[in-house]
Design a protein around this ligand. Structure first.
Ligand SMILES: Cc1cc2nc3c(=O)[nH]c(=O)nc-3n(C[C@H](O)[C@H](O)[C@H](O)COP(=O)(O)O)c2cc1C
Length: 369
């Protein structure tokens, strides 16, 4: 698998055992060029199994994440999704021989609410599936610039269901140089990521997260490194880990979040790692957690921005749950037990516990034990 984003440091080398989930994270990138492929019934049924697993692991609602592989439906979505001026950025879809789409189909009441509750869980399950597809060598692209009503009609889901985003997938065309559209977008937008120092904080918004300078004591990553296995472990919620230095564990989780894709690659987010006892107690109480946590990460998004206005979609509630998919699977790849809250926490208390700046709202809290 080809690597796309520069790592902050060589994390896999810090484990005595293979820590290969990193390869999946670094290999995933947005593909806008695909090659034709034969229909593969076995792959499709494994994909549907993975979607079910991800929906259970994230506590999402069945039906909020659809898999479309029927060639007629796929063609119709491709033809209709880019209708309307703001969606012309995705005109490339018409020429892409896709295998299918993952479709977020969530009730409008939830998506348009002040704080969507079903949407973030469905998004996390969708991105888990994106990572699984990456592992299987397939290319994907999150697409928010789509005409919701046209896609609604193509799927026959009814007007009360909104389609905030879809993900295209198929056989990726290797990147060619020079004037190729996929390559130009990659160079202009996609490959860039803000450094950890710009997006990560320690204990509160005011304190920067300093990347460890010394080589930490090495540890053994989980023997489970594949996405489906990690999702099963996430559901078990148990930890065999006594070995991983907490500072490395947090840094790896923050790096996994940093690499996540976001609409327009805006990365309008902050991640606060928390280890202080009193703050942890306040956070776990605000989440109603039942277990004691060794550490936590709060992820906050900044609603608004040009993508949200232009495309009329609540991207803060898509981008952050994508990052939490990566963050939580990274924690499990180190054998940590994860308690993830994407809704049902007291937002004001979480924001106060880490001193969130105005303009930011907490989207998720991950406790690890
Ligand atoms: C919610 C969301 C919506 C996106 N919408 C589009 C889109 O409409 N068209 C497109 O070409 N890329 C879209 N992208 C892909 C981003 O531009 C891409 O993820 C980002 O530039 C980072 O690049 P990478 O995915 O290659 O790491 C979207 C990504 C996300 C997460």
């Amino acid at each position: 698998m080809e690597r796309t984003k520069e790592p902050t440091r060589d994390y896999p080398s810090l484990s005595r055992t293979p820590w290969t989930f990193w390869e999946t994270l670094y290999a995933r990138r947005s593909h806008r060029k695909y090659l034709p492929m034969e229909r593969d019934g076995e792959l499709e049924s494994r994909l549907r199994e993975t979607v079910s697993l991800a929906i259970s692991a994230r506590g999402a609602e069945e039906g909020d994440l659809l898999v479309v592989t029927d060639p007629g439906r796929v063609e119709e979505i491709k033809r209709r999704a880019h209708k309307g001026a703001p969606n012309k950025i995705n005109l490339w879809l018409t020429r892409a021989p896709l295998m299918g789409f993952l479709v977020l189909a969530v009730p409008g009441k939830d998506v348009r609410g002040d704080r969507p509750r079903r949407l973030p869980r469905a998004v996390a399950a969708t991105h888990d599936t994106v990572l699984w597809l990456t592992e299987k060598g397939l290319g994907t692209c999150w697409l928010g610039g789509i005409n919701q009503s046209e896609v609604q009609e193509a799927l026959g889901v009814g007007e009360e269901v909104l389609i905030p985003a879809v993900v295209s997938f198929g056989k990726p065309k290797p990147r060619v140089r020079a004037g190729d559209f996929d390559h130009l977008v990659y160079l202009a937008i996609s490959r860039r990521r803000k450094p950890l120092s710009a997006v990560a904080r320690l204990e509160s918004m005011e304190r920067p997260f300093i990347v460890g300078k010394n080589e930490p004591r090495s540890f053994s990553a989980s023997p489970v490194q594949d996405v489906a296995g990690l999702l099963r472990k996430l559901m078990e919620g148990t930890s065999d880990q006594e070995d991983v230095p907490l500072s490395l564990a947090l840094e790896a989780c923050l790096e996994a979040a940093r690499l996540a894709p976001s609409a327009g690659n805006a990365q309008r987010w902050r991640f606060v790692a928390v280890t202080e006892r009193s703050r942890l107690a306040e956070l776990s109480s605000a989440c109603g957690a039942r277990k004691a946590w060794r550490a936590a990460v709060v992820g906050a998004g900044s609603p608004g921005g040009w993508e949200e206005t232009f495309l009329e979609k609540p991207f803060w509630m898509v981008d952050l749950p994508i990052a939490f998919s990566q963050l939580s699977l990274m924690a499990v790849s180190m054998d940590l037990a994860v308690d993830l809250f994407l809704d049902d926490f007291e937002e004001g208390r979480v924001a106060a516990a880490v001193g969130l700046a105005s303009g930011y709202r907490p989207v998720g809290v991950m406790g690890v034990s």
